[in-house]
Design a protein around this ligand. Structure first.
Ligand code: ADP
Length: 494
């Protein structure tokens, strides 16, 4: 330990320290004058005053009471209270404008101050130390944040959006009043996350919300549309979209987003789809008889040597097939809404279903060779019509996307507790980057060749929906220019 003598300090060291300290003023507790006894340089600068002008004068003589201060921030009130109670009083925020010499005008400034009593030996308040801190930047930043939040909220309200914010750690759920309205309650109703979850349609909860939540945790954002039940029993649609916020360790901590009521648009869409379904259904009947007449005519004239007639009938047959495909496509379009696909499960032999689909395909597309060697009986419990639709989609794609005369192979195998059906073609094949997206709604590969092949890009989307509803798997293996294998598997009954 050093035993050196203490440095010699100037006599007025405490005065110097006080005068250099930030924003400090010392007043005597001589109510009601509060005579100023010391002021630091920065206090003088803030108040645009000089020591000789203020020292020895009463505080309120120099800084008259400002009427805009309320009781809690009024200096006279605060000083008096400090003297009476002998306790320090903090004023967290108050406004005191400062004259800016270079701009020659008053500038809005915010301050935070503390009034600490200094007691004399008989424990009475002798002085008050008033220390002020400039918090203008902090207050302005807070105001700007509040303003941008309220601007955002106004914009969201104008667009009839509801906003919400979920803390994933403690499940605190904050939302705008519009949210309750969207869920069919009066605007100010308190509604919990659990209430909301209970109102979501059960199937959509399982098939859409749960999946979207898992995906959001991985990808960081989500977008989905689901059906909700209002307390009055009516059905509504909502679209929600948002972000997942992660902490520094990459752990998801918050989810926030917007919700929009899409019921009206959805109802319009359903009306439009109903119309398409009805119109396509009506078109199917005359088209089937037209096809039958053309086939009859073709048979009758098969031995004719009028090449033009035979060629024309052939072309008419091809055009009718195209039109049939389009009409089936329209019918599929009308089933695109969530919940429109309902399964009607039954036990059936899957090889027989494949043979039936094949027989129909061969009738309409005689130019392709389709090989199928059914194995032993395999009974599945599934929706026969919809599985047939998947097989037909795979087969018609294999035909559409490969040249006439190419061989297509269809197989059906039992693998463990599943059955797997696959359709292999030697057609145009698919690039890996497109393979990932084929099962999305309206996705079609963009290429020169594709321009001449009609389609809506919904067959595989529906196939995926159907297989997912059966809790099966669907996929593709393909090499560009070499061909593709589309497959699906279904769990077999125990
Ligand atoms: P569509 O055939 O009506 O366009 P799909 O949903 O059935 O709609 O197929 C989506 C896309 O996948 C097709 O547009 C095509 O680009 C690609 N595709 C599907 N099957 C095959 C196949 N067997 N060979 C090559 N491309 C295929």
């Amino acid at each position: 330990m050093s035993t050196g003598s203490l440095p010699v300090l100037p006599e007025n060291i405490f005065q110097i320290v006080f005068e250099k300290s930030p924003g400090s003023l010392l007043v005597k507790a001589d109510l009601p004058h509060f005579t100023i006894v010391a002021a630091s340089d920065s206090y003088l600068e803030i108040t645009a005053s000089s020591r000789k002008d203020i020292l020895g004068k009463g505080f309120f003589e120099v800084f008259p009471d400002d009427e805009k201060f309320d009781e809690d921030t009024n200096a006279r009130y605060v000083f008096t209270k400090v003297v009476e109670t002998g306790e320090a009083i903090e004023v967290p925020t108050y406004r005191f404008d400062v004259y800016n010499k270079s701009k020659k005008q008053d500038e809005i400034r915010y301050w935070s101050c503390c009034n600490t009593p200094i007691l004399n030996p008989d424990r009475k308040v002798a002085y008050i130390l008033n220390t002020v801190v400039d918090i203008t930047d902090e207050v302005k930043a807070r105001e700007a944040a509040l303003e941008s939040e309220s601007r955002l909220r106004l914009a969201a309200e104008a667009a009839e959006f509801a906003t919400w914010d979920l803390n994933l750690l403690n499940q605190t759920f904050i939302y705008s009043p519009r949210l309750s309205e969207i869920f069919g309650h009066p605007p100010e109703t308190v509604i919990t996350l659990d209430d909301i979850r209970k109102q979501v349609n059960k199937d959509d909860m399982q098939n859409i919300v749960v999946k979207a939540y898992e995906q959001a945790l991985k990808l960081g954002n989500y977008l989905y549309e689901v059906r909700i039940n209002w307390p009055d029993g009516s059905l509504h649609w909502i679209k929600t979209q948002g972000l997942v916020i992660k902490d520094k360790e990459g752990q998801p901590v918050r989810m926030l987003g917007t919700i929009l009521d899409t019921t009206e648009t959805k109802r319009d869409e359903i009306r439009k789809n109903d119309f398409i379904a009805m119109a396509s259904h009506e078109l199917k009947t005359p088209l089937t008889s037209l096809k039958a007449y053309i086939q009859l005519l073709a048979k009758k004239l098969a031995s004719s040597d009028d090449g033009f007639v035979i060629n024309s009938l052939d072309k008419a047959g091809i055009q009718i097939n195209k039109m049939t495909d389009l009409i089936y496509g329209f019918l599929d379009l009308s089933k695109l809404e969530p919940g429109m696909l309902q399964l009607v499960k039954e036990d059936f032999e899957i090889n027989k279903l494949i043979s039936d689909c094949l027989a129909e395909m061969k009738l309409t597309h005689p130019g392709h060779i389709i090989n199928f060697e059914p194995q032993k009986n395999i009974i599945v419990k599934a929706d026969r019509e919809k599985i047939g639709q998947v097989i037909t989609n795979f087969l018609s794609n294999a035909i559409k996307y490969s040249n006439k005369g190419c061989t297509i192979i269809i197989s059906c195998k039992k693998t463990g507790s599943n059955v797997t059906v696959s359709v292999t073609d030697k057609g145009i094949g698919i690039k890996p980057k497109d393979q990932e997206k084929l099962f999305q709604r309206f996705y079609r590969v963009e290429s020169e060749r594709m321009k001449n092949i009609s389609g809506f890009g919904i067959g595989l989307y529906l196939a995926n929906e159907i297989i997912q509803l059966h809790k099966g798997e669907i996929g593709v293996e393909s090499a560009e220019g070499k061909g593709s294998t589309f497959y699906f598997s279904l769990p077999l009954p125990d």
